[in-house]
Design a protein around this ligand. Structure first.
Ligand code: TRP
Length: 517
């Protein structure tokens, strides 16, 4: 009988789970949110979100995957046959939504490692990024040409992902994460110390961390904190369910969930130190006055932070600029690659469970179709597509997935069932209070965030930032809404398709594995 994939050790599993959680979001989104939403005050909200939603839902996904011993599809099928579609929808939305542009961004990182070698971005880094590199067009339908260097780097990243996922998890993903994650931590620490030793660093850090308690009254502070927790911890993707299903029976799920969540948050915080010390240095070297308004000019998020502001700072560093650039972009690439492999694995596992296909075949098909899909984002209008897809999938897709997951598991399966399983196998116990978090607190918060977000886009369009033109609503509907609908249709097709073997027969753990913790 075919053996189910297995991690070779708990540490291997932890590295893989932490690798999935730590991604681009930690480096280019968290620090900006903290700055924007009241510094230290945001950290308080973030810790509250971590404790009330992040860690409890991580435990839920670990508990579900571990007790059902299956991919998200088999797990939800075992909860209730009518929920199979949900098990498909989560990984499909991420794989054919987020992943397509995430990979193109990782491609950019490789391009920028190369550019770092001779600081190719010159003085005007913004114009270099938008005009010379991306060849940005503001018309969403400029899809005729693919930008050459981006095509090559995107193909390379897809090849790396294929290469890692092609092998069994304990040989591919586990080994890759065991090398990539320590390398990422080491490089990040170097960047933090390097950054903090620069002149003006203190000023940047003050802005990053100085608490503005009045912001705690701002609702968007809370919705951002919860939103960031979900995206960052890879919750509602079906990934953690799959990863936990490869664990042996005796596994300390509670401890692992805490370690994974805390490590991810600690990494975000640390990455913020590296980012803000360098921004402080940039403000200092540009002789900006020491006011918040002046500092605001240098603080950016997302692609602009990484590919415009950072290159500018790198060029101005007093020494070893090129090395700094190489380290920074390699960090981004490592963080992103370990996240990307996790979603390919989640969908691979689901497809193999249902159709009993060989791993190599499934991974090859996924990577090939993924690569083709990525090409849209490598065209001249790629940045517009990226922006719209990113907003819609994160705000309206993932939050909805998290909400539904709480409802399905909390109420249909009953939170108690998972808690009992976790307490039977785990050395640390889940308290009863967890049931209430999963049944009431998390879904309530997610529901509120969702409604507010929808109201906001209907009222203000997107993006609503000052000085920015909202996108045409036809683009939002054609690109953003369609991404959500298409993934749902795809999920339905997969659900309707008959099982190649009876899901009841999908192997459980072949033998009780010996205790690893
Ligand atoms: N948690 C990741 C981050 O913070 C996001 C992520 C996890 C992801 N898995 C993914 C993105 C798979 C795309 C595909 O960036």
């Amino acid at each position: 009988m075919e053996q189910r994939s297995k991690w070779s050790s708990q540490t291997g599993f932890l590295f893989a789970a932490i690798g999935s959680a730590i991604g681009l979001g930690n480096i280019w989104r968290f620090p900006y949110l903290a700055y924007e939403k009241g510094g230290g005050a945001f950290l308080v909200a973030y810790v509250v979100a971590l404790l009330t939603a992040g860690i409890p839902l991580m435990m839920l996904e670990f508990g579900l995957g571990h007790s059902m011993v299956g991919s998200s599809v088999v797990s939800f099928w075992r909860v209730n046959r009518r929920l199979e579609w949900f098990g498909w929808w989560m990984p499909l939305l991420v794989m054919y939504g987020i992943m397509l542009y995430y990979m193109v961004v990782l491609g950019w990182c490789l391009n920028y490692v190369w550019f770092s070698l001779d600081l190719a971005w010159g003085k005007d880094t913004q114009s270099f990024f938008l005009n010379s590199f991306l060849k940005v067009s503001n018309n969403a339908w400029d899809l005729q040409d693919i930008v050459g260097p981006i095509f090559v780097s995107t193909a390379l990243v897809w090849f790396i992902i294929w290469f890692i996922c092609y092998k069994e998890v304990n040989k591919g993903i586990e080994r890759a994460c065991k090398v990539f994650m320590p390398a990422l931590f080491a490089l990040t620490l170097i960047l933090v110390f390097w950054g903090c030793s620069l002149e003006g660093a203190g000023r940047g850090l003050t802005y990053y961390l100085k608490p503005d308690w009045s912001k705690l009254k701002d609702v968007t502070l809370w919705t951002s904190a919860y939103g960031q927790i979900f995206f960052s911890l890879s919750i509602g993707f079906g990934i953690m369910i799959t990863y936990a299903s490869y664990l042996p029976r005796k596994s300390n799920l509670v401890q692992n969930a805490i370690i994974t969540s805390v490590a991810d948050s600690a990494y975000s915080f640390t990455a913020g130190l590296a980012v803000f010390s360098v921004l402080g240095y940039l403000a200092h070297s540009q002789n900006l006055p020491a006011t918040n308004e002046a500092f605001r000019q240098v603080v950016k998020e997302g692609p602009i932070l990484a590919f415009v502001t950072y290159p500018q700072a790198i060029s101005e560093l007093p020494a070893f600029n090129r090395l700094f650039g190489v380290f920074f972009f390699i960090c981004l690439a490592l963080a992103g690659i370990t996240s990307a492999i996790s979603i390919v694995e989640a969908l691979t596992c689901a497809i193999r469970d249902k159709f009993s296909l060989a791993r190599g075949k499934v991974v090859s098909i996924l990577c090939a179709t993924g690569f083709l899909g990525s090409l849209v984002f490598a065209c001249h209008s790629g940045l517009t597509w990226l922006d719209i897809a990113d907003h819609f999938i994160n705000h309206y897709g993932l939050v909805l997935a998290g909400f539904l997951e709480c409802v399905f598991i909390g109420w249909i399966l009953k939170a108690r069932t998972i808690r009992k399983h976790v307490n039977a196998v785990s050395a640390w116990r889940l308290p009863e209070m967890w049931d209430y978090l999963v049944k009431f607190v998390s879904p309530a918060v997610l529901g509120v965030i969702y409604v507010m977000d929808v109201v906001n886009i209907i009222r203000n369009g997107y993006p609503s930032g000052p000085g920015k033109e909202p996108y045409a609503s036809s683009w939002l509907i054609l690109i953003g809404v369609n991404a959500l609908i298409l993934s749902f249709i795809l999920a339905t097709v997969f659900t309707i398709y008959p099982w190649r073997r009876k899901p009841e027969l999908i192997i459980h753990r072949p033998e009780e594995d010996k205790l690893l913790t």
